[in-house]
Design a protein around this ligand. Structure first.
Ligand code: SF4
Ligand code: SF4
Ligand code: SF4
Length: 184
């Protein structure tokens, strides 16, 4: 086994008690990912979604975590500060059961990229625009083994390969083909 390496993990902490549902984070993310950058506020391009339930005064910012091919069976109900959140409310997946986190032009799944840019931003856009301090940016140093590094790299290659297949053949065709192959 190779020598463990130090890596910086970037995270965004969420303090739900501070969120007032203003959706500034959504707008900031949408503008950052607009083409050209900052040219529009199309919420469909945002990689963060504020789930809003006005009747119960519930607001939950959820960041896009990646693609899932099918609805899961393990849905949970959550109670936070006495408020009950329904099954999918805290789930970050781009999932067939809902319209969230799908790129409006291509239908490609959206995933939070921590606002990677050149030069890097001091803090991600959603954090910068959250005036309530609900979102806070943290960097943590972790130790990873060579195997974990290889797994992360191969996951990244798979994602890139998947995106290029979808661009070429369309999402439906690619998903159908994967389903057929995995049922063999
Ligand atoms: S949105 Fe998430 S929790 Fe809901 S069905 Fe899809 S994967 Fe499961
Ligand atoms: S970190 Fe950047 S990409 Fe991720 S949700 Fe926030 S604004 Fe969007
Ligand atoms: S900007 Fe902050 S307070 Fe406003 S909806 Fe987003 S997380 Fe909540």
């Amino acid at each position: 086994m190779g020598k463990p390496e130090k890596r910086i993990v970037k995270e965004i902490n969420v303090d739900l008690s501070k969120c007032n549902g203003c959706r500034a984070c959504e707008k900031a993310c949408a503008a950052f990912h607009a083409k050209p950058k900052y040219s529009s506020f199309n919420p469909a391009r945002s990689r963060i979604k504020v789930v809003i339930d006005e009747r119960n005064d519930q607001w939950i910012p959820v960041r896009a975590g990646g693609y899932t091919q099918a609805e899961c069976n393990g849905r949970n109900r959550y109670v936070i500060d006495g408020k009950e959140y329904s099954e999918c409310a805290l789930c970050p997946a781009s999932c067939p059961s809902r319209s969230w986190f799908k790129e409006p032009d291509s239908g490609l799944p959206l995933k939070c990229d921590m606002c990677e840019d050149i030069p890097p931003l001091e803090e991600p856009m959603c954090v910068q625009m959250c005036g309530r301090g609900c979102l806070t940016y943290v960097e943590r140093e972790v130790t990873v083994t060579e195997r974990q590094t290889r797994e992360a790299e191969s996951q990244m290659e798979l994602t890139t390969a998947y995106e290029s297949l979808v661009k070429r053949h369309g999402q439906k065709k690619v998903v159908d083909t994967f389903s057929r192959l995995s049922n063999r």
